[in-house]
Design a protein around this ligand. Structure first.
Ligand code: GLY
Length: 393
């Protein structure tokens, strides 16, 4: 649905003020879920993106893995992730109810496994780290991992089971959020925002790719990796968010017996890999991590490495049909954590920089954005993730 917009006297300026309270830049899962929540809270919302839902949200694997993706030095992000993971079952239920669409939220658990002694040293260190943080994870012997997941390669030596980690089909999630937004009368504008125009420290309009200007007095910047590169963004966001490329493969296994019953992650002779099974028999193999600007090509080397490492853990992946190789950009930040809050430009709010955790942090981010626009402040777990944390004192 294109926004119901009114032309003013200036032919290039469009006033959405009669139809829109909030403009959201970026229709990934963060922008879409915020739009849905804001709309349900009584705001009239327009969301602007040239390719609705087709950025990182579309390429993601859909893991909701606070425990398996807990990293050293990121304990405050872990707390945030655990809160968001806890809110996922209700969020999924509510979205499914609102749209009558399944998003395949499954608490399938993650098996993190190792192939050789060096790989097992990494796995054991990770288990110790998880246990030192009081996280729920269980070490499994070689016999136990094979019992839990018979499709693992016979020489897998052992692993960790984290039952609380889950997944959602990210593409179904995107489709359901678009549907929920449509049902909640969110307007979609299929354009790229070139510039946020402010006067005396207050946002006034958005300049779109085709030269049109939209009047806007409340803007949520949720443009993922592009959030620092739109002209006129608040100065504290300049150079803060960078694209971290990730390539994934999508395969389809031939029969239901070849479907893994857990997400399998692992270290295979030093290579870090994940294999995410869907009930639809699709599997997502990922992911590379490197920085090369906004280059969307998929390297042959990456396809080779992903398949090689996945096959070392789950040999049957090579009997699957090859459906797609794709690249996306994780919005990286200096501390790998999201940026959600108000900015130095009055009327501009930000919800971006979710790096590896966009899907995981969707429910909590949407809630925080709604709280921010409704009450002017964020309480709770997300309150420590404002852009002000990067201010140099
Ligand atoms: N969270 C998975 C990834 O970033 O590849």
């Amino acid at each position: 649905m294109i926004a119901d917009i009114l032309l003013t006297k200036d032919v290039n300026t469009i006033s959405t003020s009669d139809t829109t309270d909030v403009c959201i830049i970026g229709a990934g899962v963060i922008g879409l879920s915020s739009a849905w929540r804001l709309s349900n809270a009584g705001f009239r919302v327009s969301i602007i993106d040239p390719a609705i839902g087709h950025g990182a949200s579309w390429v993601a694997a859909g893991m909701i893995a606070p425990v398996t993706e807990a990293y050293y030095g990121e304990e405050s992000l872990l707390k945030l992730s655990l809160v968001s993971a806890d809110s996922w079952p209700d969020f999924a239920e509510e979205l499914q109810q609102a749209t009558s669409m399944s998003i395949q939220y499954l608490q399938s658990g993650i098996l993190m496994v190792g192939k050789d002694a060096d790989d097992m040293a990494v796995i054991n260190e990770l288990a110790e780290f998880q246990q030192s943080l009081g996280l729920q994870s269980e070490r499994l012997s070689a016999r136990e991992v094979h019992k839990a997941e018979p499709l693992l390669a016979s020489d897998v030596q052992g692993g960790i089971l984290t039952k609380v980690d889950a997944q959602v089909d990210n593409r179904l999630l995107v489709q359901a959020l678009v549907s929920a937004c449509n049902r909640s009368k969110v307007s979609f504008i299929h354009q790229m925002v070139r510039e946020i125009k402010s006067v005396k420290g207050r946002v006034e309009r958005l300049l779109l790719q085709d030269g049109t200007e939209i009047l806007a007095d409340k803007v949520v910047l949720a443009a993922g990796s592009w959030s620092s590169s739109i002209q006129g963004v608040p100065s504290e966001l300049w150079d803060l968010i960078r694209p971290v490329k990730g390539e994934i493969l999508r395969l389809k296994v031939p029969d239901p017996l070849s479907v893994l019953s857990h997400i399998v992650r692992g270290v295979a002779k030093g290579g870090v890999i994940y294999v995410v099974p869907r009930q639809s028999r699709e599997i997502v193999v990922g992911a590379t991590t490197y920085e090369k600007g906004f280059d969307t090509s998929v390297q042959a080397e990456s396809v080779y490495t992903l398949l090689r490492d996945a096959r070392m853990l789950v040999p049957s992946v090579c009997q699957a049909q090859f459906n797609q190789a794709a690249a996306g950009f994780r919005p990286g930040t200096p501390d790998n954590a999201p940026i959600v809050g108000r900015t130095s430009i009055e009327g501009v709010f930000v919800a971006t920089g979710h790096y590896r955790s966009g899907i995981l942090l969707t429910p909590l981010s949407a809630m925080a954005v709604t709280e921010l626009l409704t009450t002017g402040t964020i309480n709770g777990a997300m309150s420590s993730f404002s852009p002000q944390r990067f201010e140099k004192h």
